[in-house]
Design a protein around this ligand. Structure first.
Ligand code: ADP
Ligand code: MG
Length: 226
């Protein structure tokens, strides 16, 4: 039971610009929600506040009954796939994937099975012993996504700048996001200005305009999909 609730969420930047205006939204456990709207409408700001990378000016964010506002980013049970995915170039793929789990003092055997199953799931199981600096940009982005999901977060936040400019990988990414949601019942919050991506993901569409919710569109399920 861990729905994510945004309650009157507002962000005013230090230059007095209000980029998110009093947004209230409840996202159910296991739901896919797409934040959709033109550049500058506040999508990234919302994700960054949920992730704890940006201070909240006013309002609350709850996960279940827990107030997330004052919980440091690293202690929030969520993963972020944003543009700056900062892998460690001198470590290999396995070590990069395992790092977060080691920091949580997980037993070696569990780390090993999680790293192997996640990398196989995302299709880079053969790269585990390769140093990051020797793998392709596309593979780096897959590893970044793998590192995000290997900790079995309750929620994954994906911003549109992740894998930006790599159309092929973005298609894969969308496919994986759906698969992750389906397989692990992970809640997905996905920000995009691209209507095709929003439609493909098929979740609830929250249309933003100038920092406000202008419309919420529920997915239409055909009988065949159910
Ligand atoms: P989106 O992700 O939808 O493109 P953002 O959340 O990045 O939108 O930005 C929303 C608005 O807030 C934009 O007008 C942007 O210029 C402004 N903004 C973003 N970051 C800052 C900042 N650090 N200081 C001031 N304004 C900002
Ligand atoms: Mg953005």
């Amino acid at each position: 039971m861990s729905s994510l609730t945004l309650q009157n969420l507002t962000k005013i930047y230090p230059n007095k610009y209000t980029s998110v205006k009093n947004i209230t939204l409840e996202i159910a456990d296991g739901e896919i929600v797409v934040l959709h709207g033109p550049s500058g409408c506040g999508k990234s700001t919302i994700l960054r506040m949920i992730g704890g990378l940006e201070d909240i000016t006013s309002g609350e964010i709850y996960l279940g009954n827990d107030l997330l506002n004052d919980i440091p980013p690293c202690d929030r049970p969520l993963a972020m796939a944003f543009q700056n995915y900062a892998l460690y170039p001198h470590l290999n793929v396995y070590e990069n994937m395992a790092l977060g789990l080691r920091l949580r003092n997980m037993p070696k055997s569990i780390i090993d099975s999680r790293v192997k199953s996640t990398s196989a799931f995302l299709g880079f199981g053969k790269l585990l012993d390769k140093k990051i600096r020797f793998i392709s940009e596309t593979d780096k982005q897959k590893v970044a996504l793998g590192r995000a999901i290997v900790c079995t977060p309750k929620i994954i936040l994906v911003d549109e700048d992740f894998a930006h400019g790599n159309a092929h990988l973005r298609k894969d990414l969308l496919k994986y996001i759906r698969k992750i949601n389906h397989t692990y019942h992970t809640t997905i919050l996905y920000a995009t200005r691209n209507a095709d991506e929003a439609a493909y993901l098929g979740g609830r569409l929250v249309v933003l305009n100038d920092g406000e919710v202008s419309e919420i569109i529920s997915p239409i399920h055909t009988v065949a999909e159910k």
